[in-house]
Structure formats: C-alpha cells, structure tokens
Design a protein around this ligand. Structure first.
Ligand code: HEC
Length: 201
C-alpha cells in the first residue's frame, strides 16, 4: 500500500512539472511560428517595395537633365548679371552633384573631378560680379561637361552655350546621321517591361 502511494507520488512529482514545461514550450514555439510567418509576410512586402523603388530610383542619367537645366539658367543669369540667381543655380548644381555621388559613387567622383575647379571659378566670378570671368569660367565648364560625356561613352550628349530653340535644354543631343543599334532595341524591351499597365488599372 505504502509502496503504491509512494510510486504515485513519485510519478506525479516527476511528470507534472515536466508536462507544464512542455506545454509552455509548445506555446512559445507556436507564438514564435506565428511571429516568423508574420515577419516573412512583411519581408516579402518590403522586397516588393524595394524592387519597385529600385526600378524608379534616380540615376546619373535621370539626374543630369536637372543639372543641365540649372546650368543653362545659371548661364543666362550670369549673362544678365543676375548674380543672386546665378549663385542659387550654382548651389543647385553642387547639391545635385552630391546626390549623384550618393546614387553612383564612381560617376559622382568622376563628375566632381571634371567640374570642381570650374565651379570654383564660376563661384569666384559670381562673387566679384565679373562678367568676363564668368563667361570664361562657364565656357570652360561646358567643355568639361562634354569631356565627361565623351569619357562615359556618350559623346553625342553635347551641352552647348547656344542651344537651338528647337531642342530641349534638359535632353541635349547633337543631331547627326545615325543607325539604330541592336543594343538600343534591347534597352527598349526593358522599358516596355516597366510600362506594362498595372493590373486592374
Ligand atoms: C560623370 C561625368 C559627367 C559630368 C561631369 C557631366 N555629365 Fe552629363 N551625363 C553624364 C552621364 C553618365 C549621362 C548619361 C549618359 C547616358 O545615359 O548615356 C549624362 C547625360 C547628360 C544629359 C542628357 C540627359 C538626357 O536625358 O538626355 C545632359 C543634358 C547632361 N548630361 C548635362 C550635363 C551638364 C550641363 C554638365 C555640366 C554642368 C554635365 N552633364 C556634366 C555624365 C556627366
């Protein structure tokens, strides 16, 4: 009799705490599983967002028209001796060069290499309100814009101080006879992928 009571007690003291621990553990595992599922869903959503943002993120190519616009306005402002506006545009170019460096460190460093001295000369001319020095600095600068375009393999992108009225200042091209390259057609295939209408819209 005593022996069986002892046995029951022993089993209870051994088993009950063990069962409680096992229950707590499986609850914890279930909670963690729910958390992992929910995190997986969040990560998948974030991946989609990053993919979309990556597809539309600014690049050197998309930022350049902004540089060009400010460059031309700076030029005309200097011509009109509107030094406050010229200075404002110059700082706009400085800022854009910083953004370019953020999105493409290599090209950003290259652009700064080509333009740093020009910007200093333009800045000095603006500071002293010296029209001749400004003309000289901006003429040198436009040469460096185009030198970099040649260096990156886009020699047809020719910025000019006397743009024809018929061409956009933001998208400067020297018009010349040319044939469509196979590579170019390939690029358009990518563009079409991005231009597919959104489902339901
Ligand atoms: C890194 C050297 C570099 C410098 C310096 C530079 N560019 Fe560019 N520029 C580029 C690259 C790269 C592109 C894009 C080329 C391409 O997509 O084929 C470009 C393209 C352009 C375009 C064409 C954009 C379009 O959509 O057609 C314009 C306009 C332009 N640049 C203006 C300027 C002006 C103005 C300056 C000087 C203030 C300048 N760039 C200096 C590298 C440079």
């Amino acid at each position: 009799m005593y022996r069986s009571i002892l046995l029951v007690l022993t089993v209870l003291t051994l088993y009950l705490p063990g069962a409680a621990v096992a229950d707590a553990q499986s609850e914890r595992i279930a909670a963690l599983t729910r958390q992992v599922d929910s995190l997986n869903k969040k990560v998948a959503k974030l991946e989609k967002t990053v993919e979309l943002l990556n597809a539309i993120r600014p690049t050197v190519t998309t930022l350049m028209p902004d540089v060009a616009e400010r460059f031309h306005v700076m030029h005309y402002a200097g011509d009109a001796e509107d030094w406050a506006l010229a200075s404002h545009e110059m700082h706009g170019i400085e800022h854009l060069l910083g953004v370019i460096k953020d999105v493409d460190p290599e090209k950003g460093a290259m652009a700064r290499g080509f333009l740093a001295a020009d910007l200093e000369h333009v800045d000095a001319a603006i500071d002293s309100g010296n029209r001749d020095a400004f003309d000289k600095a901006i003429t040198h600068m436009v040469g460096d814009c185009n030198a970099c375009h040649t260096a990156v393999g886009s020699p047809f992108m020719q910025v000019t101080l006397n743009p024809p009225d018929t061409l956009s200042l933001r998208h400067s091209h020297k018009l010349m006879h040319s044939k469509l390259s196979a590579e170019h057609e390939h690029e358009h295939e990518h563009e079409e992928e991005h231009m597919e209408p959104a489902s339901g819209g």
